[in-house]
Design a protein around this ligand. Structure first.
Ligand code: SF4
Length: 231
């Protein structure tokens, strides 16, 4: 748990904004295809960053950044997230949260308190298979609760799916599309197996760009805008 990484400036991770990236350690999933395996499996390999020092750094940068991206790991697991974001917002910075969506209560509270401006929620596979993403208990109901509460949330919203063979195919795209029907933005990403958490997932051959484009065509029946990344 805790803040484990900081990157001062990024143009890529917060659409339309220049942002700093803040990474949390730990996760409530162990997706075989995860590309942040050390942050997930061994967060203590990284020293905790002091939130007060980070806030001082952000205060110095606020003249040339628009906001921060909160990513991980899974940041919603840390009770220190809310007070940290309160301080970030008091600096006048926008906040984007990257989440797997398994903590709807936390996400609802952050929305209610106007502590996030942009939400990026992973759609990894159908909810029926979420239990396969971790050796412990995974509540797909909580994931669906997050999708419901975010449908009308007063924040910018992006759903993201990494197109991992074996986890995402045409049927999965249809089922996920039905869950987020009418969503403003759905991003389909190419899978890069090199740093996957599980050895088997490192051996998976990614889909061709044509195949991902065909997934995007299906996705466009459900989302107002579909973007393909990484192909
Ligand atoms: S892919 Fe995301 S949700 Fe899955 S283990 Fe990695 S950080 Fe956690």
């Amino acid at each position: 748990m805790g803040i484990k990484g900081f990157q001062g400036t990024s143009l890529l991770d917060f659409p339309g904004r220049i942002a700093s990236l803040v990474f949390w350690g730990g996760c409530n999933l162990t997706c075989p295809f995860c590309h942040n395996s050390t942050l997930v499996l061994d967060p203590e390999a990284y020293p905790d960053l002091d939130p007060a020092e980070l806030l001082a750094d952000l205060a110095e940068r606020k003249s040339f950044i628009d906001g921060i991206v909160v990513s991980g790991g899974e940041p919603t697991l840390d009770s220190g997230l809310l007070p940290f974001l309160k301080d970030v917002k008091s600096l006048g910075l926008a906040v984007k949260l990257d989440t797997n969506g398994l903590a709807p209560q936390v996400i609802a509270e952050l929305i209610d308190r106007q502590l996030i401006d942009f939400l990026a929620i992973d759609l990894k596979t159908t909810p029926e298979r979420y239990h396969e993403l971790h050796s412990g208990v995974v509540s797909a109901d909580k994931f669906i609760e997050t999708l419901r509460l975010c449908a009308d949330a007063p924040v910018e919203l992006e759903y993201r799916t990494t197109c991992v063979p074996g986890w995402v195919d045409e049927d999965v795209v249809v089922k996920l599309g039905e869950l987020i029907d009418g969503a403003p933005l759905w991003v389909l990403q190419q899978y890069h197996p090199e740093h996957a958490l599980c050895a088997e997932a490192q051996e998976v051959t990614p889909y061709s760009s044509e195949q991902i484009q065909s997934f995007a065509e299906i996705a466009s029946r459900y989302a107002q805008r579909v973007i393909v990344r990484g192909v």
